[in-house]
Ligand binder design. Structure first.
Ligand code: UD1
Length: 334
């Protein structure tokens, strides 16, 4: 066995795909989740796909005594820390909830990790740390700028982890700045399925495709982009799962921290996304242009060279593969 790895938020969208990538590579992943934003049947589905039982611990990362117990009971080689809140508008309305969960959770987790001599962590950061970037594709050296409390928590988390590495060289930290994760597992058994009306484009389009929502609202058509709609770098969640595996392997083998963008390096507009999904589901999906969403930026696109150089990571799946996998997943839900 290559090592026992704790996945906080491991039953969530990105965590569950990473669980499968780790297991396929011979690791022994253990899920810790409070199921506040994950379905309770995810562990059973993961067991079904991977053909082996799944270890699940139901816990809140802010519960220090419970975390101590968990670390005393298990000998973890590393942690991949997904558990966090991620809705921008909610973070504006409830900043303390975001600081408590995202910052408080990180502090509790890393404190308990250090107490148990487990000092290897892969952290889920976000392109949101670039705010409105001056440069696209955006390199990792671009300045960090927060435009909402969610973004603040990601910048603060990166800074906390960087200070820990400076203070104690035994810590090795992999910071992955995700661009826009999308798509689902090829089995069609796991994917993203928000409980409420989705905030993000891809799950929203998926719900229109299955007829749960009437039409896609395109937030603004007057951006300085080729067709006037927002451009994003969509990365297949299967590619993202591989990136976590490569990050973990690099930390465990080279004992050297890294901070990298994880994207495809290719930007697509909202209208291109609508067209691609229409091809995947076999009908033209209805959409309407509405006002811009406050706080949105025109373009996010990753400069990808550093992840390739340090981790050997390169995305494999294109936009059609992303949409086809999302459609397989969402159409199997009904
Ligand atoms: C959003 C967050 C980002 C976070 C990420 C993951 C904002 C401003 N940014 O990224 O910080 O890391 O989610 O949770 O919320 N769009 C529509 N109609 C919709 C939904 C989206 O036209 O119903 C457009 C948006 O204007 C944007 C693009 O689609 O141009 C992608 O939006 P979305 O999927 O919400 O992702 P981000 O805004 O990039």
């Amino acid at each position: 066995m290559a090592g026992r790895i704790l996945l906080t938020g491991g039953a969530g969208y990105i965590g569950s795909h990473t669980f499968l990538a780790l297991r396929a590579a011979g690791y022994d992943p253990v899920i810790l989740d409070d199921f506040s934003n994950a379905n309770s049947d995810v562990p059973d589905r993961l067991a079904h796909i991977s053909g082996a039982p799944v270890a699940v611990l139901r816990a809140d990362i802010r519960d220090e005594s419970r975390l101590r117990q968990i670390f005393a009971d298990h000998d973890f080689d590393a942690v991949i820390h997904f558990a966090a809140k991620k809705a921008v508008a909610e973070s504006v309305a409830k900043p303390l909830l975001y600081f408590d969960t995202n910052i408080g959770g990180l502090l509790t987790l890393t404190t308990v990790m250090a107490e148990h001599g487990c000092k290897t962590i892969v952290f889920s950061s976000s392109a949101t740390v670039y705010g409105e970037p001056d440069e696209t594709p955006t390199p990792e050296t671009a300045p960090r700028r927060a435009i909402n409390p969610y973004g603040q928590t990601k910048i603060m988390s990166e800074e906390i982890l960087e200070s820990m590495v400076k203070a104690d060289p035994d810590w090795t930290v992999g910071i992955l700045r995700y661009f826009n994760p999308a798509g689902a597992h090829p089995s069609g058994l796991i994917g993203e399925n928000p409980r409420d009306i989705p905030n993000n484009l891809m799950p929203y389009i998926a719900k229109v495709a299955i007829g749960e929502l009437p039409e896609i609202q395109v937030f603004g058509s007057d951006y300085d982009t080729p067709d006037g709609t927002g451009v994003r770098d969509y990365i297949h969640v299967e590619d993202l799962a591989q990136a976590h595996l490569l990050s973990l392997q690099s930390l465990l083998q080279k004992r050297k921290s890294h901070l990298v963008n994880i994207g495809s390096g290719q930007g697509y507009s909202v209208l291109e996304m609508v067209k691609a999904y229409s091809r995947a589901c076999g009908r033209d999906l209805p959409y309407r242009i509405v006002d811009r969403r406050p706080g949105d930026v025109p373009i996010y696109c990753a400069k990808t060279g550093k992840a390739e150089e340090i981790l050997g990571f390169r995305s494999q799946y294109d936009l059609d593969a992303i949409c086809a996998s999302s459609w397989r997943w969402i159409s199997g839900q009904n």
